[in-house]
Design a protein around this ligand. Structure first.
Ligand code: F6R
Length: 598
């Protein structure tokens, strides 16, 4: 996720670009840059937030330009890796949001052809392809370039030889066009444009647009012209930043499908899952805090089932001070921010103990990434999460764990290539599964209305869905302030049953895995104590209806992937309960997004 803006018109481009870019800072802030055509192409870029760029920027004349704020995915955050990029002759400038999957192959060919590269990014190949195909018409060069690109993109390019013109292309990364009077705009998102115009159209996948101050022409990949519908946006800037959702948390829950897609992207072609994880360990330990810890707990089930490697899980705050074990497991540290102090302390401790390390984080260049070494990091690519309660980043962590487990299964031959391929194929369907669950928002909201004033909520799960139950309970407590606890359902009769009453609600995950009958038994036990039960089961499970008061039916998936639809149902339930209770959803009391103290 990066932020992109562009302007062509009669006013000086620089202030318009910078003001618009600031509205996109939520999309990334590890580096920023601008390219403006004055007498020639002028490019400035800096590491850090947009404010750093603004401070260093001289006054630039010129009324056409593009600007970018970056969320690193390939190539660490640095001035060199900041966008825009230029071709060898510094005539074309390009910015990009997305991932070019086949950039290494393209780069190899371009290097042979004599092109010179300055950065470690995937994006830079694209500007050199534009240079290669440029014959005085940037749109034609873009169309030829796109034929070679695999991956996702919003590309925006300008050429010093065609002043006043911006050419953009889109596949799977957002890009909107804004219409003014004798001036036109492009941006990743509506908030960036609202100060300038509210006449907007979305560029769709496979569309290329050429924008000048007086015209906007959109074509398909073959160059055939497409007519676009323009709408007038009535949101204020704040609404627009939340994408029209009432809260960032809700927006982020609804970003799960694209998050799953982005985290998978480029990581499973031809079973080339990533650099080898090595064979210098016979066990795995996962260490994390909070929601990331529950991802780690789910990871234990995932790794043991898919890769057959014994796995233990420890809270970072405990691991740091635990007695030193003699064995040296692969130690996987999970942290969306990469800055949680306890997890960083655990990473240092594991390093000192001589354990091979791997980190799963959402932040390139974070302290965690630097501690374990950039080449031992799996980046989740969920984009920035603003709501304090982790939602889409948890989903991305689960996806990361599935991919890591599949890679280990491949390296250690614990699954054959057909089985791995089948699982990867099913993973590709998970964005659709996620959409289906999110489509049940209205039903889940009705349940939230019914149960929002309970005294306690108990969430039951078994196997993989036990940690998901814990995560569901954490979501409820942190944003709705209801006392919520997750239990391994088999543990009920060892104590928690005493808590059941009519004032509580129980959510029970009853997917049809090998524990199905057992959990039905557990549901009977709590029902007998007067607690109403919401069952979470697979579509078509009419049997479950007989045991519960209410039902949330999620799409049927292989049981190992059930964590994804189940957690989305819990996230939506927690959100709607908190909303019914009038809570501050995006900023729950007493909590911070990143905990950098012990
Ligand atoms: C809960 C939540 C926290 C974090 C925890 C670890 O919604 O967000 O429990 O999961 O503070 O944070 P990271 O993953 O950044 O290390």
């Amino acid at each position: 996720m990066c932020g992109i803006v562009g302007y062509t018109g009669y006013r000086r481009a620089q202030p318009i670009l910078l003001n618009s870019l600031k509205k996109l800072e939520y999309r990334g802030y590890d580096s920023a840059g601008v390219a403006i055509i004055d007498k020639e192409m002028v490019i400035h870029k800096d590491k850090g937030e947009i404010a750093v760029l603004v401070e260093h920027l001289p006054k630039i004349e010129g009324s056409v330009g593009i600007a970018h704020t970056r969320w690193a995915t390939h190539g660490k955050p640095s001035q060199i890796n900041a966008h825009p990029f230029t071709d060898c002759k510094k005539m074309i400038a390009l910015i990009h949001n997305g991932i070019v999957e086949n950039y290494l192959d393209i780069k190899e060919k371009l290097l042979e052809e004599g092109h010179e590269f300055k950065s470690d990014t995937d994006t830079e190949v694209v500007v050199h392809l534009l240079e290669k195909y440029y014959e005085g018409d940037l749109e034609k060069a873009m169309l030829k370039t796109l034929k070679e690109i695999e991956g996702s993109y919003a590309f925006v390019a300008i050429s010093a030889e065609e002043k006043g013109k911006i050419v953009v292309a889109r596949k799977e990364s957002p890009l909107i066009l804004g219409k003014g009077n004798d001036e036109n705009f492009i941006a990743s998102d509506i908030p960036a444009l609202l100060k300038e115009t509210n006449r907007i159209t979305n560029l769709h996948d496979g569309e290329v647009a050429t924008i000048t101050p007086k015209s906007i022409r959109v074509v398909d990949m073959e160059g055939n012209e497409i007519s676009k519908e323009w709408k007038t946006i009535t949101w204020n800037v704040e609404d627009a930043e939340r994408g029209g959702y009432e809260h960032f948390m809700l927006k982020e829950i609804y970003e799960a499908p694209s998050t799953i897609h982005n985290t998978i992207l480029g990581r499973m072609s031809a079973l080339d899952l990533g650099p080898p994880l090595g064979d210098d360990f016979s066990a795995i330990k996962m260490v994390a805090c909070g929601t990331s810890y529950y991802a780690a707990m789910a990871g234990k089930y995932i790794l043991e089932e898919i890769a057959g490697i014994p796995t233990t899980v420890e809270l970072a705050s405990e691991y740091r001070y635990s007695s030193r074990a003699h064995e040296r497991p692969l130690t996987i540290l999970i942290s969306q921010s990469g800055e949680t102090l306890d997890t960083l302390g655990a990473a240092r401790e594991a390093k000192q103990r001589g354990c091979p390390l791997l980190a799963i984080t959402n932040y390139m260049g974070s302290s965690l990434a630097r501690t374990v070494g950039e080449n031992r990091v799996f980046y989740t690519r969920a984009g920035i999460e603003i709501g304090v309660a982790a939602t889409k980043t948890f989903v991305a962590q689960l996806i990361a764990l599935y991919l890591i487990a599949l890679q280990l299964a491949q390296e250690r031959h614990t699954k054959n290539s057909d089985e791995i391929r089948r699982m990867l194929d099913e993973m590709r369907t998970l964005p659709r599964v996620a959409w289906k669950v999110l489509g049940m928002g209205p039903e889940i909201r009705e349940l939230a209305e019914k149960y929002h004033d309970v005294k306690d909520a108990f969430i039951l799960g078994r196997g993989l869905n036990y940690p998901i139950a814990l995560e569901g309970a954490l979501k409820l407590k942190e944003i709705s302030y209801i006392h919520a606890e997750g239990f391994a359902a088999g543990e009920l009769k060892h104590g928690p049953l005493a808590l059941m009453s009519e004032e509580a609600v129980v959510l029970a995950v009853a997917v049809q895995d090998h524990t199905y009958k057992k959990i039905l038994g557990n549901i009977r036990e709590v029902n007998a104590r007067g607690s109403p039960v919401i069952g979470i089961g697979y579509e078509g499970d009419d049997n479950l209806r007989k045991f519960v008061d209410d039902l949330i039916l999620i799409p049927k998936v292989s049981n190992i992937f059930s964590a994804i639809p189940v957690v989305l149902a819990f996230q939506l339930f927690a959100y709607h309960v908190a909303k019914e209770r009038g809570c501050e959803i995006d900023k729950p009391r007493h909590l911070a997004k990143t905990v950098t103290v012990e």
